[in-house]
Design a protein around this ligand. Structure first.
Ligand code: IPE
Ligand code: IPE
Ligand code: MG
Length: 253
């Protein structure tokens, strides 16, 4: 089946509103070809473009891409510098496409740790695309789920200490208002490429009821076709949210 047939098939059933992707395997993809790891990261940015285009065509509301974790700062300095250069290049090169397709560019993570030459184009693109309603593309940059939960907890504790929030008034909804993902729909599907079966600190709270899709394909080889395959697999899952299958069938009729 070619990609347009696959996309037509995906459109026959309900789409996940929010897809999160752990883009893993760039390094192994390059090393298997005897190339520098950065060659894999560069090829991976083509996958970012292709997957974003496909999600937008399909009408996915929110796509969150895990591009750089809080823990990735501890990689060799040359690799970190190469990734930062690629990020800047991505933001400059994709600007027109993002704006032309009504995409809202968003970012989550410890963004103040990013170098100025990345933070500036990032902030500019976030600002000029803020009113776009086509799709929210969130880059998880210098992101960690534990770091996010700690930041939310700190902000809430500060309110409690200031006397503006009583502990028993803290609800799930209020907690979510303090997460970096505030305003995004719940994550329906998390995809991880490259064979690892772990979350690696990605959207820990938000993935509570997400369906998980693991594929052995390395991120540089993950394109529109593979995204469609992941969504098709998702569409055949039964999401029970703690209920019984019988309860769900009754509610559905
Ligand atoms: C994912 O690919 C990109 C980042 C984490 C920045 P990796 O660089 O982790 O590739 P592998 O897992 O070493 O193959
Ligand atoms: C997770 O991949 C982070 C990103 C994809 C940005 P890693 O390659 O850093 O994760 P681990 O180290 O295999 O858990
Ligand atoms: Mg990896």
């Amino acid at each position: 089946m070619d990609t347009s047939e696959l996309e037509a098939k995906v459109r026959q059933r309900g789409l996940p509103k929010h897809i999160g992707v752990i883009m893993d395997g760039n390094g192994r993809w390059a090393e298997a070809r005897g190339e520098d790891r950065l060659v894999g990261h560069r090829e991976g940015s083509t996958s970012v473009r292709e997957v974003t285009r496909c999600a937008r065509r399909l009408g996915v509301q929110a796509l969150t891409l895990y591009a750089f974790s809080s823990q990735n700062w501890s990689r060799p300095p040359e690799e970190v510098a190469g990734l930062m250069d690629l990020l800047r290049e991505y933001l400059l090169k994709e600007r027109e496409e993002i704006l032309g397709n009504q995409i809202r560019l968003n970012a989550i993570g410890e963004l103040d740790r990013l170098p100025r030459y990345v933070k500036e184009p990032l902030d500019e693109l976030r600002a000029v695309s803020a009113h776009h309603t086509g799709m929210t593309l969130t880059l998880a940059l210098s992101y960690g789920g534990k770091e996010e939960l700690l930041a939310a907890t700190r902000a809430l504790m500060a309110r409690a200490v200031a006397g503006t929030l009583a502990p028993d008034r803290l609800t799930e909804e209020l907690f979510e208002q303090h997460l970096w993902t505030k305003g995004l729909p719940p994550v329906d599907l998390v995809v991880r490429t490259s064979g690892e079966r772990r979350l690696s600190n990605f959207l820990l709270w938000q993935s509570a009821y997400a369906e998980l899709h693991f594929t052995d394909t390395h991120w540089p080889d993950f394109r529109a076709q593979q995204l469609c395959e992941a969504i098709l697999a998702y569409q055949h899952r039964e999401r029970r949210f703690g209920l019984t299958g019988a309860q769900l069938r009754r509610a559905g009729t």
